[in-house]
Design a protein. Structure first.
Length: 282
């Protein structure tokens, strides 16, 4: 999980048709509170919109009722409503995910904007500090100067908006989703679809972090070797597990079979070295 302490909520949230319909339902206020709590929980998990106790343990209705402090029947009604309205998705393993999470809650993009803003502010302060030592050159800080600075920052922020957009011009649309999922299905005898929104979000998130096709294939190969013959683990040969927040850890793992072979080779090399040393007269 991440240390994300906030999520974005649209100021036009209550103008949405789905929210207006929910407001006409019994227990509307409680259902809307549950919706905000789900968004908050997804932010805490920071798993591309998924909500879970751990990557292998989804939240049950009973668990959500406990942590949200709401009646079980109301939790169930809320989840059924959100699912019917396309606000959440619940997969075959009962994992809940917020629809279009990455489009609206791009943590990486927001972090990049914060970093760029921090650098701009630091640069502006440094210029001010240097300027204060050059009395003959420094211009007084006037309303006009301040306005020009604001306009410059606004223009840069407008350019930064592309980071948060999901437009066709984004390189994300060039991501080979099909190639990655076809490889997974081929190697693990699965039938996942590359068009599934959550699968695309997971791949896109890793792609934005700089990982490429060979990295996805290596993770698939490593975990297939480890899990394919383990009845308790082979069910985790799926996008949410393989391409989730542990992706980089999996990428740097050595498969159990490889580790065993390396250990065997090390012993063989050690034995050969000893035999050679025993036969040498110094």
């Amino acid at each position: 999980m991440s240390n994300v302490k906030w999520i974005k909520l649209s100021t036009q949230m209550f103008e949405d048709e789905k929210i207006k319909l929910i407001e006409q339902m019994p227990d509307a206020d409680t259902i809307l509170i549950i919706w905000v709590k789900l968004l908050s929980q997804a932010g805490k998990t920071n798993g591309n919109g998924y909500i879970y106790l751990s990557e292998n343990i989804p939240y049950t209705d009973e668990m959500l009722a406990t942590i949200f402090g709401r009646p079980l029947n109301t939790i169930r009604l809320a989840l059924e409503t959100f699912k019917a309205f396309g606000m959440i998705e619940i997969d075959d393993e009962h994992f809940i995910s917020i629809a279009n999470w990455e489009k609206h809650q791009n943590v990486a993009g927001l972090e990049k904007i914060r970093e760029q803003t921090r650098k701009r502010v630091a640069k502006h302060r440094e210029n001010q500090r240097l300027g204060s030592n050059q009395k003959d050159v420094t211009l007084p800080v006037t309303q006009s100067n301040a306005t020009e600075l604001e306009l410059e920052l606004e223009e840069e922020l407008e350019r930064d908006k592309d980071i948060l957009s999901d437009s066709p011009n984004q390189t994300a649309d060039l991501i080979p989703y099909s190639q990655i999922i076809d490889y997974l299905n081929e190697q693990c005898s699965t039938k996942y679809r590359s068009s599934t929104a959550k699968t695309k979000e997971l791949i896109r998130a890793r792609w934005k972090e700089g990982f490429r096709v060979k990295d996805f294939e290596q993770v698939i190969d490593t975990k297939r070797t480890d899990w394919i013959n383990d009845s308790s683990m082979n069910k985790f040969l799926r996008p949410i597990t393989l391409f989730g927040t542990k992706f980089e850890s999996y990428l740097n793992e050595r498969s159990a079979a490889d580790a065993k072979n390396v250990g065997r080779n090390d012993k063989r090399n050690a034995k050969s070295t000893k035999t050679y040393a025993d036969g040498v007269n110094f």
